[in-house]
Write a protein that binds this ligand. Structure first.
Ligand code: THU
Length: 160
């Protein structure tokens, strides 16, 4: 038996204002999208903004349902919309902001596992890394240069 270690590199910005201009503007759009989330059951609002290589910005937020599993996360709402509307475009950047009505979310909130798997599919399909920025309601912002940092040992179509 031998031990292996896996390294993930992430970058932490002290606040929204510390982001480079393009990412800052995208995060502001994610925050706006977050405010339009339909989340009456969890009261946990998530917004996502995608910057595509054709210049389009695609927004998404979580959409809940009385039948809970029928709802969808913000990240997948945005990614599937981008895939449906602009199938040839590559996603350059993704900004995510999450906020709970019930408690303060100052720490950066990363995308859930199912969303990471979805982002992985598109990153592999477009053969280009997606820059991902995530934050809570306010405070620090974490940046990953690729989904790979958030999903080591990802399941990949090569094995099918
Ligand atoms: N949610 C997202 O939109 N993205 C995530 O990555 C995690 C969770 C949503 C789903 C649900 O509407 C609410 O947050 C609570 O789980």
């Amino acid at each position: 038996m031998k031990e292996i270690s896996i390294e993930s590199k992430l970058y932490v910005f002290d606040n929204l204002e510390a982001l480079p201009d393009q990412a800052y503007n995208l995060m502001l759009k994610a925050v706006e999208a977050r405010k339009k989330a339909y989340a009456p059951y969890s009261q946990f609002h998530v917004g996502t903004a995608l910057l595509l290589d054709n210049g389009e910005i695609v927004l998404g937020n979580n959409q809940e349902n009385a039948s809970y599993p029928s709802g969808l996360c913000a990240e997948r709402t945005a990614i599937y919309y981008a895939g449906a509307q602009f199938p040839e475009a590559k996603i350059l950047q993704m900004a995510i902001s999450a906020s709970s009505i019930k408690k303060e979310t100052k720490e950066p909130i990363p995308p859930c596992g199912a969303c990471r798997q979805t982002i992985a599919e598109y990153e592999i399909k477009q053969k280009k890394p997606i820059e991902i920025y995530f934050m809570g309601h306010s405070g620090k912002v974490v940046k990953s240069n690729s989904l790979e940092n958030l999903l080591p040992l990802m399941f990949n179509k090569e094995v099918l």
